[in-house]
Design a protein around this ligand. Structure first.
Ligand code: UDP
Ligand code: MG
Length: 337
């Protein structure tokens, strides 16, 4: 006991000083996939907005396997400005996982998620910070207007949000994207959600806490084109639905019950018609064929739905790491988060 007291008294002064690193108040996490042209402008805009807060901040860029020179631009920005930290993943893991890697690395007390393309204006972050200061843990951006997006994208997006809302038991606010501020408590909760097929909007909604929105106008991309193809969007929608709802699995039982009821009625009708001697003209080969094909279709769809869930379960059971890191910039210690 006495020894312990002695030790603390003789501890060198420097040691005490270095043991308290200053962590930034805000982390801005940005996934980057072939965005080299926009990165310097992103850095400039983020810098001019975040400097207005008068507090420390960091910009965490996650290179999601870009094949343009985004990595070089990130290295340069990080060398110029020590508040910029970069992570390069070994390949393209997709938006959701790139963002998760960024959340893992973010050290701020509030973490802001933003797209690289400046569709979500960084200036809105100041409003989000105000709400956070008021005591909200999640402040999501609500798109009041969308510029430069096709009619098709708008209609499918709004249909998607409404579908998700109906069939899942979590409440994802309509017209929100991933542009949001999260308190470190929320980020910590998300770090503990190990699912491989990630749907962050749903996950953030699932964790609860105090949530609110600020509305903003979504601009057109600063440069380049969207990285989301129709195929990617469909996969994303399927992940969202399967991740948060069992409804598709239940569809097979509903269809089964309906079919059974319908056939029971049909059997009674056929027997009655036979008793009254009018059945010959009723049932032909075509009717049988159509019925069998229809039921075959329903069964295959049900099998497919089970397959979607089964495949995802297999992914989860394998427990592979979410992502692999190739290179990092602005991380001082090997163990630095
Ligand atoms: N992104 C990514 N990995 C991908 C696709 C996109 O990290 O596989 C990034 C992209 O660089 C951008 C953000 O995710 O910062 C949003 O992408 P995009 O602007 O293409 O999507 P949209 O706004 O059209 O939905
Ligand atoms: Mg975009």
């Amino acid at each position: 006991m006495t020894q312990l007291t002695d030790k603390t008294q003789t501890a060198p002064f420097e040691l005490v000083m270095t043991s308290a690193p200053t962590l930034p108040t805000y982390s801005i996490v940005v996934p980057v996939y072939n965005e080299s042209e926009v990165l310097p402008e992103l850095h400039r805009r983020v810098q001019s907005v975040m400097n207005q807060t008068g507090e420390d901040w960091e910009l965490v860029l996650v290179n999601d396997g870009s094949w343009d020179n985004s990595a070089e631009v990130m290295a340069r920005l990080s060398a110029q400005d020590q508040r910029v930290r970069g992570i390069s993943l070994t390949r393209n893991f997709g938006f959701q996982i790139a963002v998760s890697a960024g959340l893992d690395a973010a050290r701020g007390r509030a973490v802001i998620l933003m797209d690289a393309d400046l569709q979500d204006p960084p200036e809105v972050v100041l409003e989000m910070i105000d709400k956070w200061r008021e005591g909200y843990d999640v402040v999501y951006g609500v798109r009041s207007e969308r510029e430069g997006e096709t009619w098709f994208k708008r209609v499918t997006a709004s249909g998607f949000y409404r579908l998700i809302r109906r069939i899942t038991n979590i409440n994802i606010p309509i017209d929100t994207g991933d542009f949001r501020l999260m308190d470190q408590r929320v980020v910590e909760a998300i770090r503990h959600m190990p699912e491989r097929r990630r749907f962050l909007r749903g996950m953030v909604s699932w964790v609860g806490f105090k949530q609110t929105g600020v509305s903003y106008k979504r601009h057109a991309r600063y440069t380049g084109a969207t990285k989301f193809t129709l195929g990617k969007m469909l996969r994303f929608a399927l992940d969202a639905v399967t991740g948060f709802s069992y409804m598709p699995l239940q569809l097979a039982s509903y269809a089964g019950f309906t079919m059974a009821l319908f056939s029971a009625l049909a059997i009674i009708a056929v027997i009655a018609l036979r008793l009254f001697g009018v059945s010959q003209s009723l049932l032909g080969q075509a009717t049988t064929l159509v019925t069998v094909l229809f039921l075959g279709g329903v069964q295959l769809i049900s099998l497919g739905i089970i397959g979607e869930y089964l495949g995802r379960m297999y992914d989860e059971v394998k427990r592979r790491p979410l992502y692999l890191i190739e290179q990092r910039w602005g991380f001082n210690e090997p163990t630095d988060k």
